[in-house]
Design a protein around this ligand. Structure first.
Ligand SMILES: [Zn+2]
Length: 157
């Protein structure tokens, strides 16, 4: 059930969860019910699992293509996904970095995948491509800078 308004979505999810917890089969524990269903429908369940795996692979491929498109757009030079710091080109280890930090807050605010959001918003500024090593290193340096800024200065006489 797609919701464009995040608060509406959260309210819906809370109400759904409350309703779900009140259902008899949930209160009694539906594990036994599931086990009996599985025993009576083994072939159907095997097919369902097979389809589920196929869907998962298709989903992974979709995510991979979206990631490649976004990273290629934010790379410097644009066109091929590359770490803006060290030049790493392996797409598996590249990620989108929020140049000014605060990625967690933004992820919470947008409530969906950042790559999808960036495409939907026509590649806004404030992002760069880094490999995970460079991203972690940058995060560590940012944290040290923040600590140094907030700590009282030592006055030497
Ligand atoms: Zn790097």
């Amino acid at each position: 059930m797609p919701h464009s308004d995040l608060e509406v979505k959260r309210a819906y999810m809370r109400a759904y969860r409350k309703d779900y917890d009140q259902r008899d089969y949930v209160k009694q524990g539906n594990q036994e019910k599931r086990r009996l269903y599985y025993l009576g429908n083994k072939e159907k369940e095997a097919n369902r699992m097979k389809n589920c795996r196929a869907k998962t692979l298709a989903q992974r491929e979709r995510v991979y293509l979206i990631k490649a498109r976004v990273l290629a757009n934010y790379s410097n030079p644009a066109g091929v996904a590359i770490c803006n710091n060290c030049g790493e080109k392996d797409l598996e280890v590249l990620c989108l970095d929020h140049i000014n930090g605060e990625g967690t807050q933004q992820r919470k605010a947008i409530g969906c995948n950042t790559y999808d959001w960036v495409i939907k918003n026509e590649f806004p500024g404030g992002y760069q491509v880094l490999c995970y090593n460079c991203n972690i290193k940058k995060r560590g340096l940012d944290s040290l800078r923040k600590q140094a800024k907030n700590s009282p200065r030592i006055v030497r006489g």
